[in-house]
Design a protein around this ligand. Structure first.
Ligand code: ZN
Length: 216
């Protein structure tokens, strides 16, 4: 307690995005700037990968600001509660998209697992690390679309087939880009006998600016 107070005195806690002084990793102003999107094509993405969310995800992953996982998880819970078409009572298991063990070790955590953890706590649904990334792939952003599809082919395996067999699964990730990673994960889960796979991501990389927005 004493050391925390001393640290707070030397390094006052700030919002990770706008740097305003305050104890929260994401201040209320930043939190409230996030607008939700309507679900499209059976993929649930809470918001566009832009602005506050983009900044926050980058800080979480690349500056390893793990404290951002909590407010981002709260945003995801808020989105799900605003999206009745995604019924959490019809989900048996949450499965986070895994990182390759090497990247996981470097970062110290898997952001998808932390996000799934927030949902798990709120909805009392188990999270199972059923998937393993067996192939190290380059970050998807750096590759043209065709290369991405090749890039993730065979990148995942189901580490625990029994935990997904006949289950209704919600696959969780931080960003949906081309869908190549998500498609490959879903395919692996279906082959292992999952009854249904739905997809929830905190954000979605979108080029066009006219996607439907659902005001929070
Ligand atoms: Zn802020």
């Amino acid at each position: 307690m004493f050391w925390q107070s001393l640290l707070d005195l030397i390094f006052p806690p700030r919002c990770e995005v706008c740097k305003k002084a305050g104890s929260e990793a994401l201040c209320p102003e930043c939190f409230n700037q996030v607008s939700f999107m309507k679900p499209a094509l059976g993929i649930y993405s809470a918001t566009k990968y832009a602005g506050v969310i983009r900044h926050a995800i980058q800080r979480l992953k690349f500056a390893k600001r793990r404290r951002l996982a909590e407010p981002l998880g709260v945003l995801l819970v808020k989105y799900v509660s605003h999206t009745p078409v995604l019924n959490m009572r019809e989900i048996d298991t949450l499965v986070p998209v895994p990182l390759h063990p090497r990247r996981h070790k470097l970062r110290g955590f898997n952001q998808a697992e932390l996000l799934a953890g927030s949902l798990a706590k709120y909805y009392d649904t188990p999270t199972i690390n059923a998937l393993a990334r067996v192939k190290e792939t380059s970050p998807q952003f750096d590759l043209p679309r065709d290369a991405r599809l090749v890039n993730v082919k065979g990148a995942f395996k189901v580490a625990e087939p029994r935990s997904v067999y006949n289950k209704r699964i919600l696959l969780v990730d931080d960003i949906y880009t081309t869908g190549a990673t998500i498609a490959e994960c879903s395919r692996s889960l279906m082959i292992a006998g999952a009854r249904r796979v739905e997809v929830l991501t905190l954000s979605r990389a979108i080029n066009d600016m006219d996607s439907p927005l659902l005001k929070n």
